[in-house]
Design a binder for this molecule. Structure first.
Ligand code: NAD
Length: 332
């Protein structure tokens, strides 16, 4: 017991070394945000064909204005280099595409096979992918990994806000998430926009994954750059169900994405409705500031869950947790 307390203290005093997989829109935003933090630093980053490892900290300017493939040392298996070096990292943030539900679980399995013992956080969106991560629980636990899934904005920040809001009610009857996202151009967040297209009528993940960039651009042009999304397969449902708050079919997620304008087309809201113990029906609403970007609302919470994960890990608590089960901890 005494030893455990000492261990917790040591890990709190130290700057945590974080590796980021994927150097696209969210990955580079994570690099910039980490450079502003005292408790964590970017120590590794990998994209398709290149990687950088520097345990003293990586300057985010090294990644600015670079094509993601052009970063650092060339490798046919850049993720493999991070896996090989994983003993040096306290935490891994997965900012990779989810264009098949299997891809991220496969990457996670590689860390577990390597015997990695640390924290992994993802910003997965689809229910199917999050469920696949939960299926890996025993392997993740045996490796000594503390894993938090669905730890972005939605699912993530809004899902956790719903989990807090639920406590005012004796029964939660619905959660309705409506997000607004504005990005200057679709190329800055290719995977996000492609995955959103997969939710449109007449599209699916396979079709969206197979589209060329020119076809994506044409589709966006046809819609004047705006994507209107309804009844999305979003893991907020699975996560709130697992947290014991309400059944998945009562969770609705939709949104509007403007791919040509940084301004949000609508404010992002999470509305939770329920019945109180004294017989009233009411709703709590959580509204994000319009000036906060998607990157702020995904990466900030992801690092917050990373810190919570590091604290759990130091206490010897391993396995897969959903973002509705744990509070993110503010990273200084
Ligand atoms: P992006 O396309 O800008 O970046 C992904 C990067 O991963 C690219 O640079 C790409 O080259 C790289 N990559 C692809 N395959 C790889 C491989 N095999 N090995 C190494 N690198 C590889 O994507 P993004 O917009 O930053 O989104 C990243 C993920 O975040 C998406 O899956 C998206 O769904 C998710 N996301 C979650 C939320 C949320 O709120 N939960 C919000 C937005 C985005």
């Amino acid at each position: 017991m005494k030893q455990q307390v000492l261990h917790i203290k040591r890990s709190e005093d130290r700057v945590a070394n974080i590796a980021v997989l994927g150097a696209g829109g969210l990955g580079t935003a994570a690099a910039r945000m980490l450079a502003m933090k005292k408790e964590m630093r970017l120590a590794g980053i990998a994209d398709k064909t290149g990687y950088v490892v520097d345990l003293e900290g990586i300057d985010p300017e090294l990644l600015e204005n670079k094509k993601p493939g052009d970063i650092g040392m060339k490798s046919d298996d850049a993720i493999g280099e991070i896996v090989k070096n994983s003993a040096n990292f306290d935490g891994i943030f997965l900012a990779l595409p989810n264009l098949t539900d299997e891809f991220i679980p496969e990457v996670v399995s590689r860390f577990a096979e390597q015997g990695y013992s640390g924290v992994i956080v993802d910003a997965l969106k689809r229910s199917g992918a999050v469920e696949k991560i939960f299926e890996l629980d025993s392997m993740i636990r045996e490796s000594g990994i503390t894993y938090i899934t669905g730890a972005g904005a939605t699912p993530g920040l809004l899902t956790c806000a719903a989990a807090i809001a639920a406590n005012s009610f004796i029964e939660v009857t619905g959660v309705d998430i409506n997000f607004g996202v504005g990005v200057a151009n679709w190329e800055s967040y290719r995977a996000t926009i492609r995955e959103d297209i997969a939710h449109l009528e007449g599209f699916d993940l396979e079709k969206a994954a197979g589209m060329t960039c020119a076809e994506i651009k044409e589709e966006l042009d046809r819609r004047k750059g705006i994507l209107r999304l309804h009844d999305m397969e979003h893991a907020d449902d699975v996560l709130l169900e697992r947290a014991g708050i309400l059944s998945r079919e009562k969770v609705k997620v939709g949104g509007t994405v403007d791919t040509r304008n940084l301004e949000k087309p609508v404010s992002t809201t999470m509305t939770l409705t329920g019945k109180t113990f004294d017989g009233n029906v009411s709703s709590h609403r959580f509204i994000l500031g319009d000036e906060t970007t998607m990157a702020s609302n995904v990466v900030g919470p992801a690092l917050g869950w990373m810190k919570a994960g590091l604290e759990f890990h130091a206490r010897g608590i391993y396995g897969v947790f959903g973002s509705a089960e744990i509070m993110p901890r503010f990273v200084r």
